[in-house]
Design a protein around this ligand. Structure first.
Ligand code: GLN
Length: 189
């Protein structure tokens, strides 16, 4: 098993730490030649989606990664990663991969609540700790999108085909079950 971690910007090293704890091999994806490897799954980390989106195009990573997602490689996307997958981004007219039929709102919690920790129910896992950092939430989810978690009124985790998108950062908490679920999906795929 080998996981590719998008490593052009943002919180990729925290994802690497989780995979190290779980003894799962990974490779950073920084340029086209990193995609010569065969991956069983992809991780899109948190960070700044506008910067990541720009770099994906400049580094010629956008189309090969899009092709992999369209071919149903398992993806775990957190925060900025969730934004990259959304079909629509509220108030922004150029979305990125558009591989999940959902509408997301960036920096959705306002300044006061820009970053916070909480815990909420997550499908099949019970309560999980959640760290939000200038996070998005899902305004609406289209057909085929299953809702994995809601925090207060807002949808904060979804699954579509083999893509799992989270508004929060499970890599910053000790609970590794979301990563374990994703890795099980990678092993089955
Ligand atoms: N606010 C960032 C964005 O809009 C996402 C923040 C994060 O990934 N923690 O891209």
């Amino acid at each position: 098993m080998k996981i590719g971690i998008l490593a052009v910007q943002g919180a990729f090293s925290e994802q690497e730490t989780v995979l190290e704890q779980l003894h799962i091999p990974y490779q950073e994806i920084r340029c086209e030649k990193d995609l010569q490897e065969r991956f069983d799954g992809l991780i899109f980390p948190g960070g700044e989606s506008t910067v990541q989106g720009k770099l994906l195009r400049e580094l010629n990573l956008f189309h090969p990664l899009l092709h992999m997602i369209q071919n149903d490689i398992p993806v775990l996307a957190t925060c900025a990663g969730m934004i990259l997958l959304a079909q629509k981004i509220d108030g922004q007219n150029a979305p990125y991969f558009k591989t999940i039929p959902m509408d997301v709102k960036r920096n959705a919690y306002g300044r006061q609540l820009g970053s916070f920790r909480t815990a909420a129910k997550y499908k099949n896992l019970g309560e999980v700790p959640m760290t939000f950092i200038r996070a998005p939430y899902v305004l609406s989810a289209g057909p085929g999108v299953s809702i994995l978690s809601q925090t207060g009124q807002h949808i904060t985790a979804v699954q579509y085909r083999r893509q799992t998108a989270l508004a929060f950062h499970p890599e910053l908490d000790k609970d590794l079950r979301i990563h374990q679920n994703f890795l099980e999906m990678c092993a089955r795929a």
